[in-house]
Design a protein around this ligand. Structure first.
Ligand SMILES: N[C@@H](CCC(=O)N[C@@H](CS)C(=O)NCC(=O)O)C(=O)O
Length: 216
């Protein structure tokens, strides 16, 4: 029997769910998945059954349910210390935690203006000033991490870690909304999109029967 069950929203749309699911994939643990389609008549009741917070993702563990993507990532990093979920170097790890927390708590304009939607593509979008500022901040984070700690691989801290998992939904949005990027950031975007876990998630998103309408 798998060790964990992760409760997720639609893979096509649920960016927080992707942030919880990627560290679980990287941990190598066995798990089952339950997908609760968002914005359906029974969604709230089903979310509240999974955890008292009423949101996804939720990781069901022998220690009880863990909700919130960052708590899930930290739990898994502690439980699977050899999985490389955080960088080994303490300075790199400190920066990785900072940029992960910044992603977890910031960028409301980008989130509102550009919802994650792995199945759609938009061209020639006009971004608001605040969305442009979010994009500028995110790309400066990516350039900084790549320059200081990225030498060992293609990702923010070399190998694919929790920080990349947290920016993966942003990478997906940059593809969906055709955000122009410099050579460092576009190479990073392409490396994230090429990860087999990302492809698995996106393929599953395409296969889902539910559709949500956005005002974009
Ligand atoms: N800060 C939370 C955010 C979780 C969240 O907002 N999840 C959304 C889906 S992407 C949700 O459950 N929405 C359903 C609702 O609010 O009814 C985390 O990091 O997990």
């Amino acid at each position: 029997m798998p060790e964990f069950t992760i409760v997720l929203g639609n893979k096509a749309y649920s960016s927080w769910s992707l942030r919880g699911w990627l560290p679980l994939k990287l941990s190598g643990a066995s798990f089952d998945e339950i997908v609760i389609p968002l914005r359906e008549s029974d969604t709230k009741a089903r979310l509240l059954e999974a955890s008292s917070a009423g949101k996804v993702p939720v990781l069901k563990t022998a220690d009880g349910p863990i909700w919130d993507s960052l708590a899930i990532a930290e739990y898994l990093a502690e439980r699977f210390p050899d999985a490389g979920l955080w960088p080994e170097d303490p300075r790199a790890r400190a920066l990785a935690r900072s940029v992960t927390s910044e992603m977890h708590s910031s960028f409301p304009a980008l989130r509102n203006d550009c919802p994650m939607d792995v199945r759609s593509r938009y061209r020639d979008r006009e971004f608001s000033e605040s969305t442009r500022q979010d994009i500028e901040r995110i790309t400066s984070i990516w350039r900084d991490c790549r320059a200081r700690f990225g030498a060992g691989g293609e990702f923010l801290f070399g190998g694919f870690c929790i920080a990349d998992a947290f920016y993966a939904p942003v990478v997906s949005r940059f593809v969906t909304y055709d955000v122009a990027l410099d050579s460092v950031c576009s190479a990073y975007r392409d490396a994230v999109m090429a990860r087999p876990e990302m492809q698995e998630w996106i393929d599953a998103g395409h296969a889902e029967p539910w559709t949500m309408e956005f005002d974009v």
